[in-house]
Every structure is written in C-alpha cells, then in structure tokens.
Write a protein that binds this ligand. Structure first.
Ligand SMILES: Cc1cc2nc3c(=O)[nH]c(=O)nc-3n(C[C@H](O)[C@H](O)[C@H](O)COP(=O)(O)O)c2cc1C
Ligand SMILES: O=C(O)C(=O)c1ccccc1
Length: 386
C-alpha cells in the first residue's frame, strides 16, 4: 500500500473544488470536535490525570527528539509492512483500546472496527466497549484484524468466559492492561461528576456475558443498577499480581501483550512470565500525574528486552513524525489513541479512516524524506536530541 497517495488524493480533490471533510492536523481536528461535543464526553477523552503534567511530559519528550535526514538516498518504493506476532500488517500501527466510544459517536467501536478492517490494521477492542465482542467482530468482518484488551476481572470464571468469547470471535491477540486497575484522580471528570459506567455505558461486554449474568440476583434488564454494583468491584479497585499471570498464559493460545509497562524490570519480568509483547505506555497521562514520559522509558526498555519481547508503544503520538521517532527509539509498532477518537467524533468510520490515513501518509513521507525505505532501517542514530 502506498500511504502517501492520500496527499495527492486530497490535492486532486481540491482541483475539483472539494476540500478534505476534516482537518489533516490532529490539533485542529480536536478543536473542531470540541465545539460539537458536550463537555462531559469531550473532557473524558481529552483529559488526563491531575494537573495534566504527564500528558504534557509525553508531548515534550517527543519534541526533544529531532530527526536527522540523509540525502541522495533512493527512498522510492517504500514499504511500511510490519510483522507482529507472526502476522504481517500493512503498517506499524494499531488502534489503541479506548473504552466507551459511543459517548463521542453512536457507532462507537463498530465504526472503529470497520475503519481498521478497511486499512488492514488491528483494532484493539476494550473490555469497556459500548458494543459487545460479538457485534464488533461482525462489524470487522472475517478479515478485519482484531485484538482484545482485557480489564482483568477478580472472578476467574468471568475472566475465562471473556477469553473464550474473544478467541471464539476471532480476536487473535490478548492485550492485558495493568496500569488502570483503578481509575486515577481526574479533576476534569470529577468536577463534572462524569463517569459513563455509572450510567451503564461501556459495560456491553460484561453485561452480555453469561457467567457475569449468572452472578446477578435479578436479570440486567430488570435491575441495571444492581448489575453495575456487581461490575464495579469485580473490575475495579485492586490490582492482580505477577503470580496470577499463569491463569492467562494457560488459557490463551495466542500472543499475550502486557500494556502499561514503564520499568525495565517489569519488562524483563513479562518476558520471564512467557509473555509475547509489551506496550510501553503511561495510558496517555491518564493515570499518574507527574509520571515519567512514556517515550523516555522506551529506549532503555527496548535495549533491555532485545528480541525476547515485541515492544509496542503509545502515549503522546499525534503525527506521522512522532511515529517515526517511536519506531527509531525501539518500538516495533505504535498504538494510536486520542487522534482516532477525534476522527470518530467528527465522522464515524469515515473520520477514523481519515485520521489513520493522514498519520500513515505523514509517516511514509517522513520516512522517505529522511532517507529510509522501511521502518527496519530506523534506530536511535537517525535522531538527535535538541
Ligand atoms: C477516552 C479514553 C479511553 C481509554 N480507554 C482505555 C481502555 O479501555 N483500555 C485501555 O487499555 N486503555 C484505554 N485508554 C488508553 C489508550 O489505550 C492509550 O494508552 C492512550 O490513549 C495513549 O495515549 P494518547 O491518547 O495520548 O496517544 C483510553 C484512552 C482514552 C483517551
Ligand atoms: O478512561 C480510561 O483511560 C480507561 O482506560 C478506561 C477505564 C475503564 C473503563 C473505560 C476506560
């Protein structure tokens, strides 16, 4: 796939008097969406923990690194194809698990799955989805690459039921999020007393789960509040520990990826536990205020794990050049977070597709202009610090 063709497409449409329906700049797209969303949903997505220091640190870390281009290289015929866990994808990106997507667009995760399938990149479905596993699998179609992100319940039979449903519906990779076992202090949401789950949004997967439902005294349809009260302590409030990972390893045949790793020792421990990959991430600054920038932890972790684990990265990616930097610092692929959610809010499936195509076009152009043909040619030596 030639991702930079999107640039021509946009200019050619301009000759026919047609402007792109959404901005090609993520910041401007967010501003446009802000004007149309209610403050609750807007701030739920845009906001982060505490004073926003971690979110800012994520961006500052990207800005500190600068790309050093090489000239007179033949960088035509570029190839962004990337192998992850034995499967080849057209580009080194996946769509990050983002819960409760229906708060920004009624199609929510269905639209995201369709856009990802059209481009061939994996969509990672959150346990906190507003649509069920089965509905999203159907939207993705038989070919749509899909991974499942687990918020790990404190009820092993419910956990096993979720894994069964995911595997049975074609989700081939399991992403286990470790950094959000309880929600952090988020003043933007607290000041509006806005938490979608307490209104039953983002619970489609547990509420449609036969084992979860068997735990309820009365059917969900008769007493939603009681179901929400059953859900909250099962999914929230305390962390699992390393000694519990065999439960997942023994009951999931495909690759397992631990999301939210920020310390070299935790990365090494993931490898020792038989995991296949990690996502180096601070959850987009939404958990600890004043945490280290995720990008600053990436080079050390990537160097320490070598080829024992596939290293993925998220937190702070807003441009194709950012993707280039994360790949150069040791990520095999990146997860896109808020940018595609703004696309979803602006235009459903079409908006998500626009954002992903824009970021991939910019990545492709940046790669070529810097003198490279593929992500395989990138390493820290293609960057300098400011
Ligand atoms: C609104 C919102 C909801 C999220 N929900 C989840 C989730 O359900 N599961 C999860 O693992 N991560 C979740 N995340 C974190 C993302 O997967 C990802 O780590 C983060 O968005 C990356 O940071 P960025 O948006 O600054 O690029 C969420 C992020 C946002 C913005
Ligand atoms: O809001 C989040 O960052 C998040 O990860 C989450 C947690 C629980 C349910 C939905 C989303």
């Amino acid at each position: 796939m030639n991702f930079s063709d999107y640039q021509y497409e946009i200019y050619l449409n301009g000759l026919a008097g047609q402007l792109p329906p959404y901005s090609t700049d993520v910041g401007r797209l967010e501003q446009a969406v802000r004007e149309k969303l209610d403050p609750g949903p807007y701030w739920y997505v845009a906001g982060s923990a505490g004073t926003g220091a971690t979110d800012r640190a994520n961006r500052e870390a990207f800005d500190r690194w600068r790309i050093v281009p090489r000239m007179l290289c033949d960088a035509s015929g570029r190839d962004l194809r990337t192998e992850l866990f034995g499967r080849t994808y057209p580009a080194p990106v996946a769509l990050a698990p983002v819960g409760v997507q229906s708060i920004v667009h009624p199609d929510g995760e269905l639209a995201t799955a369709r856009a990802a399938a059209a481009l061939g990149v994996p969509a990672i479905l959150s346990t906190a989805s507003s649509h069920t596993l089965e509905e999203v699998a159907e939207a993705a179609g038989p070919e749509g690459p899909r991974w499942f992100q687990l918020y790990w319940p404190h009820d092993d039979e419910v956990t096993l039921s979720l894994l069964d449903r995911a595997a049975g519906n074609g989700y081939d990779t399991l992403v286990v999020t470790l950094d959000t076992w309880t929600l952090a202090w988020r003043p933007n949401d607290l000041d509006q007393a806005y938490l979608p789950f307490l209104r039953g949004t983002g619970l489609a997967i547990p509420l449609s789960d036969p084992v979860f439902r068997s735990r309820l005294a009365r059917p969900v349809e008769e007493d939603l509040n009681a179901a929400i009260m059953q859900w909250a302590p099962m999914f929230n409030g305390r962390s699992h520990t390393w000694d519990r990972l065999p439960l997942l390893r023994d009951n999931w045949d495909g690759p397992i990826v631990l999301k939210g790793i920020q310390h070299v020792d935790d990365a090494l421990r993931a490898a020792d536990a038989g995991m296949d990959g990690i996502v180096v991430s601070n959850h987009g600054g939404r958990q600890i205020d004043g945490a280290v920038a995720a990008l600053d932890t990436l080079p050390g972790i990537a160097a320490a794990v070598g080829d024992r684990l596939t290293v993925l990265f998220d937190s702070g990616i807003r441009t194709g050049a950012d993707i280039f930097k994360a790949l150069s610092l040791g990520a095999r692929a990146v997860l896109l977070g808020r940018p595609y959610v703004w696309g979803l809010a602006a235009g459903g499936e079409d908006g998500v597709r626009h954002v992903v195509r824009s970021l991939l076009a910019e990545l492709d152009l940046t790669l070529g202009l810097a003198g490279h043909r593929s992500p395989a040619g990138l390493d820290p030596s293609v960057l300098s610090t400011r």
